[in-house]
Write a protein that binds this ligand. Structure first.
Ligand SMILES: *[C@@H]1O[C@H](CO)[C@@H](O)[C@H](O)[C@H]1NC(C)=O
Ligand SMILES: *[C@@H]1O[C@H](CO)[C@@H](O)[C@H](O)[C@H]1NC(C)=O
Length: 335
């Protein structure tokens, strides 16, 4: 079943009231309607989950919750789209293979995809003790910078990390760069978004300036929002589990480091990024945020894993990314 307490998995108890849910893969292809709308193919390969209104343009004036007819997410009123870059393994002979994605603990049966969190509160009492304002129709954001390759650069972002899974339940430690040793149960890529909104702009030219981190501390520690970005929104977080296990033969690793590389050619891990296009139906997300949710949320409608897996969109960029390939898709176009 989808709805179990995190404690049942032996995970550390969460320090907040939250929604936690699985979404199956919608499509894996070279599109990025947020950063390069209208461009097909986009510079690098993405893996996308959520509603089937996802396409190359995604006109920001349209309400995708009204355009979509299905979603790969457990909560069937969530037609948002969520995406990240795709991870590849680079073999010693120089060819690449896409690393498969597997579902998280509690979401067995889902085809690939991600686990999504909307955290309502950061206080360590399991209770919701303050309000968050849900995102609005047309809202979009990006966090992370695909061209970053160093720790000082990536330090601009808080909490874009990796967990080297010893078992599916491993949650610590988190690192900002790729794990340097084989991870028996895969690599979990964690992307946490900023939680303070300027209250006016649904998007911004870099897709980040309308958002800010708390002035001090973190969302989890109850840090206050700055005056420029006074509206406290839920903390959105993605977890993607890259099943690196079949690439863990040390003899096949390069002498100089680890063999995994993001689709944009990043072998460091510092270029990790996540994209979000809001698409919850009507006030469903605000309703959920206003109720005491813990993993599941009684005010929300859910659908079966079978229904999640059934939703998909046809690929518009057709290229073979499921065999050994001589170079990364789009490698000639740069980041
Ligand atoms: C993409 O989806 C939007 C709605 O979100 C629709 O208006 C538009 O026609 C679609 N474009 C393409 C190229 O399919
Ligand atoms: C490259 O190496 C991989 C992994 O060992 C292997 O499966 C693949 O067949 C090799 N490709 C070529 C062209 O040698």
């Amino acid at each position: 079943m989808l709805v179990k307490s995190l404690a049942a998995f032996g995970l550390v108890a969460p320090a907040s009231a939250l929604l936690r849910f699985g979404c199956s893969q919608l499509v894996i292809e070279r599109l990025d309607p947020l950063v390069t709308p209208g461009l097909a193919p986009s510079p690098h390969l993405h893996q996308i989950i959520g509603g089937n209104a996802f396409n190359v343009t995604m006109d920001p004036t349209k309400d995708i919750s009204k355009e979509a007819t299905c979603t790969t997410c457990q909560f069937s009123e969530d037609f948002s789209n969520y995406w990240t870059a795709v991870l590849f393994f680079k073999a010693k002979n120089g060819t690449y293979h896409r690393v498969p994605i597997i579902p998280n603990l509690g979401f067995e049966g889902a085809q690939g995809g991600m686990t999504v969190y909307y955290m309502q509160d950061g206080l360590a009492n399991y209770q919701q003790s303050s309000k968050v304002t849900a995102f609005k129709t047309g809202f979009r954001m990006l966090i992370g910078e695909a061209s970053y390759r160093s720790k000082p650069q990536a330090a601009r972002f808080r909490q874009i990390t990796y967990t080297c899974l010893q078992t599916p339940a491993t949650r610590f430690p988190e690192t900002m760069d790729f794990p340097t040793k084989p991870c028996p149960a895969g690599i979990m890529a964690n992307v946490r978004f900023p939680t303070c909104w300027d209250g006016k702009n649904l998007d911004s030219p870099d897709h980040m300036a309308h958002m800010s981190y708390p002035e001090t501390g973190t969302f989890e520690s109850g840090g206050p929002c700055p005056a420029t970005h006074p509206v406290r929104v839920p903390q959105l977080m993605y977890e993607t589990i890259w099943d690196t296990s079949k690439f863990n033969v040390k003899e096949e690793w390069p002498e100089t480091g680890q063999p995994f590389v993001w689709a944009m050619g990043d072998t460091t891990g510092f270029g990790s990024h996540g994209d979000y296009v809001f698409g919850w139906k009507d006030d469903s997300l605000q309703r959920a945020m206003d109720s005491p949710c813990y993993v599941n949320c009684p005010t929300l409608k859910t659908q079966s894993v079978t229904a999640m897996n059934k939703c998909s969109v046809p690929k518009t960029v057709t290229e073979d990314v499921d065999t050994w390939i001589p170079e990364l898709p789009g490698s000639s176009t740069g980041v």
